[in-house]
Write a protein that binds this ligand. Structure first.
Ligand code: MG
Length: 243
């Protein structure tokens, strides 16, 4: 009878390989296995926190008064800014995360530059990734869709036409403070419609308008805020995976 061929050791990998900085060996089978995630393209992954699925505006509050969201819940899975109602934010708070969100620029095209289809995704409530209808609508580059507003323009502009859905996938590394000192700045990777716009770009601080940004200590988590800039921008399919 053939002897059963033994694995080199009783786990799944090797122990006679060089040691990594982590303390594990190269190909170390004793490393913890990673969680399995139920993932279906086009749907929120099984381990995601769903912030908006089109069924209700619960979990969102109005930033002005802390009361109900107040935006328009459309019947087709989307919500829409009601101009003047104000910014809204999630009740749940997050630090570093993977964010998925879809938005549509207003079908009726009006205004120019920053005045056309303006909204924004504010990570931790204070770091804006711009939402703007930049289809055939140039503006200052650091205010273009996918831009870190007032700091870093996106690499490219893959915006779709007004009335068509756009997909944002954003990977956010929150800043880390030690007491009053910034230990590491925030960085962000942004894909719009699957196209890389920000590649682990480091932020100068929270978003400012016509001013330089700088960090001030803040809590390790904050809400996701969406901007009412007076335009009928729609959102749908918003989910987060905490990192
Ligand atoms: Mg904006």
């Amino acid at each position: 009878m053939e002897p059963v061929r033994q694995l080199e050791n009783e786990h799944l990998g090797y122990s006679d390989t060089p040691k990594l900085a982590s303390g594990y060996t190269v190909h170390d089978g004793t490393r913890p296995q990673m969680p399995v995630v139920d993932a279906q393209p086009g749907q929120a992954p099984g381990d995601a926190v769903v912030l908006f699925d089109g069924s209700s505006l619960e979990g969102w509050t109005n930033v002005k008064d802390g009361e109900a969201c107040g935006w328009n819940l459309l019947g087709d899975g989307a919500m829409e800014v009601i101009p003047g109602v104000g910014d809204i934010q999630s009740e749940k708070e997050f630090g570093s995360m993977q964010l998925h969100l879809e938005f549509m620029s207003p079908v009726e095209v009006k205004g120019q530059g920053q005045g056309r289809g303006n909204s924004g995704v504010f990570l931790m409530g204070q770091y804006e990734i711009q939402v703007l209808d930049n289809y055939d609508n140039p503006t200052y580059p650091d205010g273009t869709v996918g831009g870190i507003y007032g700091q870093t323009p996106p690499l490219v502009n893959p915006i779709r036409k007004p009335g068509e859905w756009n997909v944002y996938d954003i990977i956010w590394n929150a800043p880390v403070f030690e007491g009053d000192t910034l230990k590491s700045p925030a960085s962000v990777t942004v894909l719009l419609n699957g196209v890389l716009q920000q590649n682990a770009t480091v932020l100068e601080g929270p978003t400012e308008h016509k001013a330089l940004a700088s960090y001030k200590p803040h809590p390790a988590k904050g809400p996701l805020k969406l901007q009412d800039h007076g335009d009928l921008v729609r959102f749908r399919n918003i989910w987060v995976r905490e990192l």
